[in-house]
Design a protein around this ligand. Structure first.
Ligand code: PMP
Length: 334
C-alpha cells in the first residue's frame, strides 16, 4: 500500500506537465507546474501551510486560535483547509469583486467570510488593512499577512523551486510567472538562481500592475487594467524584496485568455486567467531565448473556480475578452 498519511501531506509535490501548444509555437519545451493539483486547488495552499507552521513554531498561534487574512480568495481557501486540519478557526476578508465560487468554497470550508468593497491599498477599508484590524480585535488570533510574511516565499524556495529542479533534472533555462504577493515569483526565482544563476527569471505582469515599470525603469507606475484574479501588484512587498528579475513582460488579458482557451480546447486543461497570463509570458520568454530552451511557469489554479466568470459566455462577452469558439456556436438543439 502507498498511502499519504494526512491531507496536509498532499500539499506540494505537484506534477510538471509539458504544454504541447506553447511548446510547438516556440520550439521550446514549455512546462507548467500543476498547482491546481493541491488539495485547495491552487498554488496558495503552499504559502498557507508554511505561514501556519511558522506561526506555530514561533508560538504565535495557540490551540483553537483563529487565523485572519485578507485575500483574493485562494490563500483563504488554503488557510481554511489547513486550519480545519489543525483545529483552528478562520476569518477571511475578501474584496466583493472576486469569483462567487471562491466565496462559496470558503463558506463550505466553514470560514467566516467578510466581504469588503474593492479599494486602493491606500484606503483603510482595503481588504488587507481590514483583515489586520479584525486580527487585532480578535482574541488568540494570528494575522497571516501573506504579502509581507516571508514564510510565504520560503514555501516556494524549499518546495516549488526544489521540485522544479528535481523534475527537470536541472535542465531548466527560464522561469516566469505573475505576482500577487510575490511569494511564488520571488521564492521560485531565488530557489532556482541558487541552483544555477544562469536561469533567466522573467516577470509576467498583467495590465493594471506597477511592477513591469518598476523593474524596467525603477518607477512604480500602473497602466491599464486586468480582470485576472489574484495577481497585479502595486508595491514591493516583503516577499518581493531582493527578487532576481532578469527581464519583464507586460501581458494583456486577451493574450492570457487566448492561451487558456487553447489549453482547454487542445489539451483538456481548465485553468484560471493568471495561468493564461503566465503561459503567455512563458511564450514571450521562449521567443526571447530562442528554440531549444526549457521554460517553466506556474498553472496557479483551476478554471472550475471561475465557472460563473471566466468560463461563462455572458461574462466573457461583457468583459470583451476572446470567446471560446464552442460558446460562440449554437447547436440548434433545445
Ligand atoms: N494566481 C492566482 C489565481 C492567485 O490566487 C494568486 C495568489 N494571490 C497568484 C496567482 C499569485 O501568487 P503569489 O501570491 O504567490 O504571488
Amino acid at each position: 500500500m502507498i498511502v499519504t498519511p494526512d491531507t496536509l501531506s498532499l500539499i506540494g509535490n505537484t506534477p510538471l506537465v509539458r504544454l504541447a501548444g506553447p511548446s510547438a509555437a516556440t520550439g521550446c519545451e514549455i512546462l507548467g507546474k500543476c498547482e491546481f493539483a493541491n488539495p485547495g486547488a491552487s498554488v496558495k495552499d503552499r504559502a498557507a501551510l508554511y505561514i501556519v507552521t511558522d506561526a506555530e513554531e514561533r508560538g504565535l498561534l495557540e490551540p483553537g486560535g483563529t487565523i485572519v487574512e485578507g485575500t483574493a480568495g485562494n490563500t483563504g481557501i488554503g488557510l481554511a483547509l489547513v486550519a480545519n486540519a489543525k483545529g483552528y478557526k478562520t476569518i477571511i476578508v475578501m474584496p466583493e469583486t472576486q469569483s462567487r465560487e471562491k466565496m462559496d468554497t470558503l463558506r463550505a470550508l466553514g470560514a467566516e467570510l467578510v466581504l469588503v468593497p474593492a479599494a486602493p491599498y491606500s484606503n483603510p477599508g482595503h481588504f488587507v488593512h481590514t483583515s489586520r484590524r479584525i486580527a487585532e480585535e480578535t482574541e488568540n488570533a494570528l494575522w497571516a499577512n501573506q504579502f509581507d510574511n516571508i514564510a510565504n516565499r520560503r514555501a516556494h524556495i524549499a518546495g516549488t523551486a526544489e521540485e522544479i529542479w528535481a523534475q527537470t533534472g536541472g535542465k531548466v533555462d527560464g522561469f516566469t510567472c505573475a505576482v500577487g504577493t510575490g511569494g511564488t515569483f520571488a521564492g521560485v526565482g531565488l530557489g532556482l538562481k541558487a541552483k544555477n544563476e544562469k536561469i533567466v527569471v522573467a516577470l509576467s505582469d498583467p495590465h493594471g500592475a506597477a511592477l513591469y515599470n518598476y523593474y524596467a525603469n525603477g518607477e512604480l507606475k500602473a497602466e491599464g487594467s486586468s480582470v485576472a484574479e489574484g495577481i497585479g501588484q502595486g508595491r514591493i512587498t516583503a516577499n518581493l524584496e531582493g527578487a532576481p528579475v532578469d527581464t519583464q513582460f507586460r501581458i494583456a488579458d486577451g493574450e492570457g485568455m487566448d492561451w487558456v482557451i487553447r489549453l482547454l480546447a487542445e489539451e483538456g486543461l481548465c485553468l484560471g486567467l493568471s495561468s493564461g497570463i503566465n503561459v503567455a509570458g512563458a511564450v514571450q520568454l521562449a521567443r526571447q531565448l530562442g528554440p531549444g530552451h526549457t521554460i517553466v511557469t506556474i498553472l496557479c489554479d483551476t478554471g472550475f473556480r471561475y465557472l460563473s466568470s471566466l468560463w461563462n459566455r455572458d461574462w466573457i462577452a461583457a468583459k470583451g475578452l476572446p470567446m471560446p469558439p464552442w460558446f460562440a456556436q449554437t447547436s440548434g438543439r433545445a
